[in-house]
Design a protein around this ligand. Structure first.
Ligand SMILES: Nc1ncnc2c1ncn2[C@@H]1O[C@H](COP(=O)(O)OP(=O)(O)O)[C@@H](O)[C@H]1O
Ligand SMILES: [Mg+2]
Length: 392
C-alpha cells in the first residue's frame, strides 16, 4: 500500500555520523516532504555535506536509517537510489559539448534516442542555443545550469545540491537562486539544498533547517524562523538580532504580556513570543530585529506613541547603505544596539554622538532562554570556531 501524499518523502530517522571519536552529525530525525524545496543552512563544518552524502548513499550512517517514501534505502548504493547530486564544482565533462553532457545519464543507461529529452532539458534550463558549445565556452552560471540539467534528465525523485552557487559572484548567485527556484517549481521534485548563506536559503526554500555543530537547531518556513527564532544561535545566524538581558517582573498581566526590566528600561513582550516559560524574578533574553526599531532625537521623546517599548541611547556609528541607514546605538541595556532605518527622509540630526530614543512595538519583541550564550551564531563566534577547526 502506498500513501500518495507521503510516497516520496525523504525520511531520516536517527541518522548520525561519527569519524573516530568526532561526531559530525548527531542523531537526526528529519522528514523532507515530497516536492518541497528544503534548505540545510549552517556555518562551514556543521555537518551539512555529511547529511547530504548520507541521503545520496555516498556516506554510510553510523546509526539510523534513510527512507524514501515507504522504502528503506539505507543500504542501497548511490546509483540505485532515485537521487542525484549537483556539486559546487559542476564536474562537467570538458571534452563533451553541452548536449552530450546532458545526454550522458541516458546514454549510460543504454538509451539511444535521447534527442527529445535532451532538448526538453536544455529548454528547461534555457540553454537550447548553447547545445554545441563546450563547457569552457559558457559562463559559471550557465555551466551550473548544465549540471542541473544533467542531473534532472535522470528523473530523480530527489535532487541534492551542495553549495551549488558557491563559485558564482554575488549578482549571478542572486539570478541563479531565482532560476533554480523556477526550475524546481516547474519539475516539482524535492530539492535539498545545502548552503551557508542565510539569504540564499531564505530566498529559495519553503523550509529551512538551521544546523549548528551537527544538530538541527530549528526548522521552519523562512519567515517563521526569522520572526520567531527559538535559540540565540538562530536569532544571530539568520539576520541580525538585538539581544537584551532582562529580569522578568511579571507574567500574564495586560493581555498575556511579560513585563521585564533591563538597566532601568521597562520593556514588554507577548508571552506567546517566548520560546521559554518566563517566570517572575527570572531572567529572559529579550530580542528585537534592527528593522523593527524606530529612532528619534532625545528631545522628541514626547512624539512617541503610548505603549511602545523605549530605550534611550547615543548613536556611535552610522552607515548609509542606500536603501537604509544602519545605526549602532550605545545604551545602558546593550552597548551595541543595531537599528536599520529605511531611507525615506533622512534626519540630519541622527549622527554619531546624538542622544536618541529608540522605540518599537512590543509585539515585535521575542523572548529567549537566558541560559544560552548571547553570542552564539554571531560572526565573532563563527570566526573563532573556524580557527579552531583549521588548526585541528
Ligand atoms: N571523512 C572525514 N573524516 C573526518 N572528519 C570529517 C570527514 N568528513 C567530514 N568531517 C568533519 O565533519 C564535520 C562536518 O563536515 P561537513 O559535513 O563537510 O560540514 P559542512 O558541509 O557543513 O561544511 C567537519 O568538522 C569535518 O571536518
Ligand atoms: Mg559542505
Amino acid at each position: 500500500m502506498t500513501d500518495k501524499t507521503e510516497g516520496g518523502d525523504v525520511r531520516l530517522a536517527g541518522i548520525s555520523k561519527h569519524y573516530g571519536t568526532f561526531t559530525a552529525v548527531h542523531p537526526l530525525d528529519l522528514t523532507i516532504p515530497q516536492g518541497s524545496f528544503f534548505a540545510l543552512l549552517g556555518a562551514s563544518g556543521c555537518g551539512k555535506t555529511t547529511t547530504l552524502r548520507m541521503i545520496a548513499g555516498l556516506e554510510e550512517p553510523s546509526t539510523g536509517t534513510v527512507g524514501l517514501g515507504d522504502r528503506d534505502v539505507t543500504h542501497l548504493p548511490p546509483y540505485k537510489r532515485p537521487v542525484n547530486t549537483v556539486f559546487q564544482s559542476y564536474a562537467l565533462f570538458p571534452h563533451m559539448d553541452i548536449y552530450e553532457n546532458v545526454a550522458f545519464g541516458l546514454r549510460r543507461r543504454g538509451i539511444t534516442s535521447v534527442k527529445k529529452q535532451v532538448d526538453e532539458m536544455l529548454e528547461l534550463v534555457q540553454l537550447g542555443q548553447f547545445a554545441r558549445r563546450k563547457p569552457h565556452q559558457l559562463s559559471g552560471g550557465q555551466q551550473q545550469r548544465v549540471a542541473v540539467a544533467r542531473a534532472l534528465i535522470n528523473h530523480p525523485q530527489v535532487l541534492l545540491l551542495d553549495e551549488p552557487l558557491g563559485a558564482l559572484d554575488l549578482k549571478l548567485r542572486r539570478q541563479m537562486q531565482l532560476e533554480l527556484k523556477r526550475i524546481q517549481t516547474e519539475v516539482g521534485i524535492t530539492f535539498v539544498h545545502v548552503t551557508h548563506d542565510q539569504e540564499e536559503a531564505m530566498t529559495m526554500a519553503d523550509t529551512v533547517a538551521v544546523m549548528n555543530a551537527g544538530r538541527v537547531e530549528q526548522l521552519g518556513a523562512p519567515a517563521e524562523l526569522y520572526e520567531n527564532p527559538r535559540t540565540t544561535f538562530v536569532a544571530n545566524f539568520l539576520g541580525t538580532s538585538n539581544l537584551i538581558q532582562a529580569s522578568v517582573e511579571s507574567v500574564g498581566g495586560a493581555g498575556g504580556d511579560v513585563d521585564v526590566s533591563a538597566s532601568g528600561a521597562k520593556l514588554r513582550l507577548p508571552v506567546a513570543r517566548c520560546s521559554t516559560t518566563p517566570r517572575a524574578g527570572g531572567q529572559l533574553l529579550v530580542g528585537v530585529r534592527p528593522e523593527k526599531i524606530s529612532v528619534v532625537p532625545a528631545d522628541e521623546e514626547h512624539t512617541i506613541g503610548a505603549g511602545r517599548n523605549k530605550v534611550t541611547g547615543r548613536i556611535v556609528d552610522s552607515s548609509f547603505i542606500g536603501v537604509s541607514t544602519q545605526y549602532v546605538v550605545d545604551s545602558a541595556v546593550c552597548p551595541e544596539l543595531e537599528v536599520y532605518v529605511q531611507n525615506i527622509e533622512r534626519d540630519g540630526r541622527l549622527v554619531p554622538g546624538a542622544e536618541v530614543v529608540l522605540h518599537w512595538n512590543p509585539e515585535h519583541t521575542f523572548g529567549l532562554d537566558a541560559a544560552q550564550s548571547m553570542l552564539a551564531g554571531t560572526t565573532a563566534v563563527a570566526g573563532a570556531e573556524q580557527l579552531v577547526e583549521e588548526s585541528a
